[in-house]
Design a protein around this ligand. Structure first.
Ligand SMILES: NC(=O)C1=CN([C@@H]2O[C@H](COP(=O)(O)OP(=O)(O)OC[C@H]3O[C@@H](n4cnc5c(N)ncnc54)[C@H](O)[C@@H]3O)[C@@H](O)[C@H]2O)[C@@H](O)CC1
Ligand SMILES: [K+]
Length: 515
C-alpha cells in the first residue's frame, strides 16, 4: 500500500478538487463522518455518550466539526472546543462550523484562563476525546496553547481518537518535538502517512484505520508516491513457486562467507536462515580451523575452508579460493561475524570488488565498506546492504539517533548515493532503492531485538535470490518473511525469543504466505 507524505497528500486533495471537481467540503464531510463511525465502533454506540472535540483552526479542525455533527445527530452530548477565535476559521472548515452553530451545537473558543477550567471539567466527565487540533498542516514544535491541550488530553485517562494524525506527530517521519497526543485510535484519510508507521509516531497513533474519504481510486492509484508498505498480499506474489518435480539443483545455491573465532553462531544462523528460506543448497566458507566446529554445529550446510590469519579470521590469501567457490554459487551472503581486523576487512573489500554474483552484505561486511564505498560500484550486480542504525551511523558519520530520526530519508539518500539496495534494519525496517523507491515493513515485533536475528535475515534474502528472485524483490520479500517468522515465533512468548526460533518459524511463515 502506498504511503503519502503531508505534501503528497495535499497534492492529492488538490487534484481531487481541481481535476475531478470533487469539492473539498465533501472530502471534509467524508473525513468527519469516518471519524464518527470509528468512534461509534470504539464506544459501542454513541447515544448519551459525552464526547469532547478539540478543534484547531485548519482543516483538521474542520473534520472535527463534521464529526461533532454526527455525534450530535446520534444522540451524544458533544462539546466542541476551538483553539483560537471563531472569526479565524476559514474555507471548508468555516462551512462546517457554521452548520454546527445553526443546529445549536456551540463551538467554545479557548482564549482566556477561565476557559481552561471549562475544558478540564468537560474532559473529566467525557467518555471520549477527539483530537482534531492539527493534522498534516502541522510543522515544527507544538506551541502554546496547543501543548497545554495535548497535556490535558494525555493525562485524562480517557479514550482518545486522533483525526488523520495525532497532533504533534510529524506526518512524514513520525518525529515528535515537544509533545504529541497519545491516541487509542487514529483515523487517517486517503493514504496512510509514513509518520504513523515510524516511531515514536507509531506508538502515539495506536490502532490506525484508513478511510478513503471518497477520493477517486484512479487518483490514488496514479499518485506519484515513491514509498509504500510491504504487505502480505504484495509478498505473496513475489515468493518463488516450487515445482512439484523440483530437485535441490533447481532451488539455488547460497554461498555464505561468515564467522570467525567467537562468532561461529553468526555464520550458523546466516547459513541456516538460507536453508530455512528454501535455498536448495547452502555452502559456508570459513577459516580452516573452524571447519570441525561448523561441521559439528550443522548438518545440511556444506562447509568449505579458507586460508586464515593466525587469529582464525580470513585474510587476503582467501581471495582466489572465494573466487573459485563462488563459481558454484548463485549469490554470496557476506559479513556476519567475520571480524574487524585490518586484513579481514581488506579481504571483504576484495570479495566485494571481484564479485560476479549478487551480494548480500551485513555486519562486519558493512563496516569494511565505511570510507571505501567506491568498491561497491565495482561489483557486477547491485549489492544489498543490511545495516542496523549503528552500522548506518558508521557509514554516514551520523549518530544512530540521527539515523532513527529520519529512517526513510537516510535509507533513500544512501541507496541513491551508493547505487545499492539498502535494508535499514529496526522498527520498522526500511528497504530503499537507488531510484528513490522505498518500502516500509509491516511485519515483525520488538521481541526480535536480540542477537543473531540480523544474521538470519541475510541468509533469508540470499536464499530468495538463489531461488530466482531479483535482488529488488528478494530484499522486499525477505524483510517481510523474516518479520513474519518473528511474529509467529513470538506467539510462544515474546520475551526470551532467540534468533534460532526464527529459523524454526520460517517454514510456517512461508506456508502462511503461500496458502
Ligand atoms: N481537502 C483537503 O485538503 C482535506 C484535508 N483534510 C484535513 O485537513 C488536514 C490538513 O489541513 P490543513 O492543511 O488546514 O492543516 P492542519 O489543520 O493540519 O493544521 C493547520 C493549523 O495548524 C497550525 N499549526 C501548524 N504548526 C503548528 C505548531 N507547530 N504549533 C501550533 N499550531 C500549528 C496552523 O497555524 C494552522 O492553524 C488533514 O490532516 C486532514 O485532517 C480532510 O478534511 C480531507 C480533505
Ligand atoms: K489530529
Amino acid at each position: 500500500m502506498k504511503l503519502a507524505t503531508a505534501a503528497q497528500m495535499r497534492e492529492i486533495d488538490k487534484l481531487a478538487i481541481e481535476q475531478y471537481h470533487l469539492p473539498g467540503v465533501v472530502l471534509m464531510e467524508n473525513a468527519g463522518a469516518a471519524v464518527a463511525r470509528e468512534v461509534e465502533r470504539l464506544l459501542g454506540g454513541i447515544k448519551d455518550k459525552k464526547i469532547c472535540v478539540f478543534a484547531g483552526l485548519g482543516n483538521n479542525g474542520g473534520d472535527g466539526f463534521v464529526a461533532a455533527r454526527y455525534f450530535a445527530n446520534g444522540g451524544a452530548k458533544v462539546k466542541v472546543f476551538l483553539i483560537g477565535e471563531k472569526a479565524r476559521i476559514t474555507g471548508d472548515a468555516q462551512i462546517h462550523a457554521d452548520v454546527l452553530s445553526r443546529m445549536g451545537v456551540d463551538v467554545m473558543e479557548i482564549t482566556g484562563d477561565r476557559d481552561w477550567d471549562k475544558v478540564r471539567i468537560a474532559v473529566t466527565f467525557s467518555d471520549c476525546l477527539i483530537d482534531a487540533l492539527v493534522g498534516t498542516g502541522f510543522h515544527g514544535e507544538m506551541s502554546e496553547p496547543l501543548a497545554l491541550i495535548v497535556d490535558i488530553i494525555n493525562r485524562s485517562g480517557k479514550r482518545v481518537v486522533a483525526v488523520d494524525v495525532p497532533s504533534g506527530v510529524n506526518a512524514d517521519n513520525g518525529q515528535v518535538q515537544g509533545s504529541a497526543v497519545k491516541a487509542h485510535l487514529t483515523v487517517t484519510f486517503g493514504l496512510p502517512k509514513p509518520g504513523l508507521l515510524l516511531y515514536p509516531g507509531a506508538s502515539q497513533a495506536g490502532e490506525v484505520i484508513l478511510d478513503g474519504i471518497g477520493l477517486p481510486l484512479p487518483l490514488l492509484a496514479t499518485a506519484p508516491v515513491q514509498q509504500m508498505t510491504i504487505t502480505a498480499g504484495y509478498v505473496k506474489q513475489l515468493l518463488p513457486k516450487r515445482r512439484a518435480d523440483s530437485h535441490k539443483g533447481l532451488n539455488g545455491h547460497v554461498g555464505v562467507i561468515a564467522g570467525s573465532h567467537g562468532y561461529t553462531g553468526a555464520a550458523v544462523l546466516c547459513a541456516s536462515g538460507a536453508l530455512r528460506a528454501g535455498s536448495g543448497l547452502v555452502s559456508l566458507a570459513v577459516a580452516n580451523s573452524l571447519r570441525s566446529i561448523m561441521e559439528a554445529k550443522m548438518t545440511e550446510v556444506m562447509t568449505r575452508t579458507l586460508p586464515e590469519l593466525a587469529s582464525g579470521a580470513i585474510g587476503l590469501k582467501s581471495i582466489p579460493f572465494v573466487e573459485e567457490l563462488s563459481n558454484y554459487w548463485d549469490v554470496i551472503a557476506l559479513g556476519p561475524g567475520m571480524g574487524r581486523q585490518n586484513e579481514t576487512q581488506a579481504a571483504i573489500r576484495e570479495i566485494v570488488r571481484n564479485a560476479e554474483k549478487p551480494l548480500v552484505i551485513d555486519a562486519d561486511g558493512i563496516v569494511a565498506l565505511a570510507g571505501h564505498m567506491d568498491v561497491i560500484h565495482q561489483a557486477d550486480a547491485m549489492a544489498i546492504l543490511t545495516p542496523h542504525p549503528g552500522e548506518m551511523a558508521q557509514l554516514t558519520g551520523l549518530s544512530a539517533m540521527q539515523v532513527n530520526q529520519d529512517r526513510i530519508g537516510i535509507a533513500r539518500r544512501t541507496a541513491n548515493q551508493w547505487g545499492s539496495i539498502i535494508v535499514l534494519k529496526g522498527a520498522p525496517t526500511i528497504v530503499a532503492f537507488p531510484d528513490g523507491e522505498v518500502f516500509v515493513n509491516t511485519s515483525g515485533n520488538a521481541s526480535m531485538a536480540t542477537g543473531g536475528t540480523g544474521d538470519v535475515l541475510t541468509g533469508v534474502i540470499a536464499a530468495l535470490i538463489a531461488q530466482g528472485l531479483s535482488s529488488h524483490d528478494a530484499a522486499v520479500a525477505g524483510v517481510y518473511l523474516h518479520g513474519l517468522a518473528g511474529d509467529i515465533a513470538a506467539q510462544a512468548g515474546a520475551v526470551g525469543l532467540i534468533a534460532g526460533d526464527l529459523l524454526q518459524a520460517l517454514p510456517a511463515a512461508i506456508a502462511g504466505l503461500q496458502s
